[in-house]
Design a protein around this ligand. Sequence first.
Ligand SMILES: *Cc1c(COP(=O)(O)O)cnc(C)c1O
Ligand code: SF4
Length: 427
Amino acid sequence: METRLFGTHQLSQISQLERLSEEQRFAIRVVATVLPFRVNHYVIDQLIDWDKIPQDPMFQLCFPQAEMLSTTHFNRIADLLRQQASTEQIKHAAQEIHKELNPHPANQQTLNVPRLDEVPITGMQHKYRETVLYFPSQGQFCFSYCTFCFRWPQFVGEKELRIAATDPEVLFAYLRRHPEVTDLLITGGDPLVMSARRLEKIVMPLLKEEFSQLRNIRIGSKALSYWPYRFLTDHDSDDLLRLFECVTKAGKHMALMVHFNHWREMQPEPVRTAISRIQGTGAVLRTQSPLLRHINAASDIWQRMWQEQVQLGLIPYYMFIVRDTGPRSYFEVPLVEAWNIYRRAVRKVSGLARTVRGPSMSAGPGKVEIQGVVELTGEKALVLRFIQGRNPNWVQKPFFARYDEAATWLDQLKPAFGEERFFYEEE
Ligand SMILES: *Cc1c(COP(=O)(O)O)cnc(C)c1O
Ligand code: SF4
């Protein structure tokens, strides 16, 4: 089956949108001029419940909404569109807005960039000792785009905002010099938009004896959700599955880091068939998602999602806090509320689903989990810990922040109990 794609310029071809008012349709166009927008016909036909738009969570997941931009930004683009300004003018305005949306949270573009013979390598990140992230350049788009996407700068077409690697030889050379790396995480975008042949060129050499240090190969993907046919009827679906099997047969752990935001994405029959086919290769599926206002900010949604994942043989892995980039203000949930949603959901599932960690912030110093709320010597505080740290010694050490019901990110928290700084800020 061929994927039919619709981008900003094809909005008028999506007949289902005629259910919305003229104003609502115009708002979608305005936001889709600034933030990435792309849907395919699978999402349109099988995921979205058009009787429930605009509140339908799958619609919110894929279609831009007016409030995703600030009023100032929105009006600036809306005026230009109404005046039928030139493409150049509109593009320029959009680019200016991009710079104001914190395109590189946690200093991704300057920190964590690995070096080979002092030369910085583009398209790789090495933040945590044991794991290298690899961004193959052909994998820097997705089957559809999530409206909350934290990797949105990869998709807005500006070269300087993008991270991408063209040559896997550089990755191999880096791994030869870094025997401490046990995990490779191939990420994007969605690396599974690449052909099986291109993926083989990255993965197959890693199965050789010289890379025996590498135990685990992960691929981050939302293909199960947006294009399950990637594992069923694409011309190279069988080759892709064979590649997973080669990895497991070579004695390595092959993990698909699956991105599901709502149990609705796991309902269609093709998804279930695709899951069994992947499991047949010996690959393990682990799931992750941010907590998103308008999409999944309720404990019963997570409870059902995790329960059904476990039933299908998927392992719940991470619940993330929405990163401080892009349309964050539309989706964000305060940390205290996030913790409440997490614990209410976790309490209702069996131990098999309690493998999920979170809610976790991927911040500059590391992945910080909100563990709970305590009251000690009359002061209420948030208990935090590093799940991953820029410095491995920080991991698992509990630390405390002043209780704050409004805070939505680490940089808004203050140390509790009279401390001047958090312990990791001393370094
Ligand atoms: C999350 C993450 C990893 C993987 O961490 P695990 O705890 O092993 O899943 C690696 N690198 C970066 C930059 C990350 O954000
Ligand atoms: S699948 Fe991931 S990278 Fe792709 S649009 Fe969604 S959040 Fe962004």
